[in-house]
Design a protein around this ligand. Sequence first.
Ligand code: G6P
Length: 466
Amino acid sequence: MSKDGLKIVTIGGGSSYTPELIEGYILRQEQLPISEIVLVDIDEGREKLEIVGAMAKRMVKAADLDWKVTLTYDRFEALKDADYVTTQFRVGLLNARVKDERIPLSHGVLGQETNGAGGLFKAFRTIPVILDIIEDMKVQCPNAWLINFTNPAGMVTEAAINIGGWERTLGLCNVPIGHTKAGAEALGMDEEELFFHYAGINHFHWHRIFDKDGNERTHEVIDKIYDPSGVGNKGDMENIHAGLFHYEQIKDLNMLPCGYHRYYYLADEMLEESIKDFNEGKTRAQVVKGTEADLFELYKDPELDYKPEELTLRGGTHYSDAACEIIASIQNNKHTQMVVSTKNNGTITDLPNSAVVEVSGVVTAKGFVPYNWGAFEHPAARGSLQLMKAMEETTIRAAVSGDYGVALQAFTMNPLIPAGHKAKTLLDQMLYANKKYLPQFAEKIKEIEKYQLDDINYIDKLMESN
Ligand code: G6P
């Protein structure tokens, strides 16, 4: 930290979530001696950055703080002497997400932002960019912390640590926040009276719940939430269909699944719902485009100087608040209990030490200290987790190397992509559709353009019908 105070840089500063971030800093002003907040974006995001940046300035002014809020398109310069760098960017903007969802769904295969073929393509587009950011950080701010909440958060965090070599990286997600609220509510207790122990990987983790006397309460929450006569699903995100897990199966696991496990445990139902959305032109990205447009209309109001309630319509609500708490906790050695994507180092003994896992622990001045989990007792959890982790590792390899065979391997391993001819067709079409954002696959894409006219026509037509 310079003598003037903390410098916090946000990459993807034009995101609609930025007001939540600013609100989080303002709420923690006593703990965060901020001198400058820098919001960085790319030229394509200029309009959004200008709108949300002006709003951030109004929020800081309304809070009577002297923090400097800088808007810039020069990432390298922005990173100079940063203490914390937060990442919330989306390579290819929302249009890329539309493709991640619609191309697979047009084949009757799940396409989702972080799951299935869509998640893999988001990783292919994003990992090279996080690695570039790290190269800049090595020069400009070698001691900074990197707080990543860019999706797919687990894989992006793993690439940052294992490929970029940036050990001071912490990955964040809002999913555990909702589940913790729901668990406490189901037991009629305060969150502080309970201990929630999470383990797994991003969007594929489970948790157990204990009271202060060390008694396990997980089974009670399973009964309350998943027994068909119980209180029903609570604490789920806005962005995915809230199908009810099968009670008997969850009882057998004796752990609470995360909301995203629905894509795996209720695969056919989730696919059916997503295909319905596709047919109605209402995949999540298409809906979010509308929500974003409305939010930015609100943000334009020169009188608006606080985070509007409408932001809770986005699935990622609370994300940014968690990022602010991580920063406050590092800065003040608060030992805040959180769920973070971090290097395994033996926390889950079923996975390699180098794997990035999402687990409970405390945030200290030295970083994140995970609570030991040990081995998963249930082979169903162990086996599926090991497969998913290996699939993620393979995806990262493909994202870095641009090797078509490795990408096809990742597609084949993904439980939501039927392996075989369809997987290959889908991979080729998605490569072509993402051409602009996948320089590492340029050779293969050239080949597709040369010889696979059918695939090209198919994608061009599909995108026109958006
Ligand atoms: C959840 C997930 C995030 C994801 C968000 C999407 O919160 O945990 O990883 O970014 O939903 O929300 P959206 O409103 O963009 O569909």
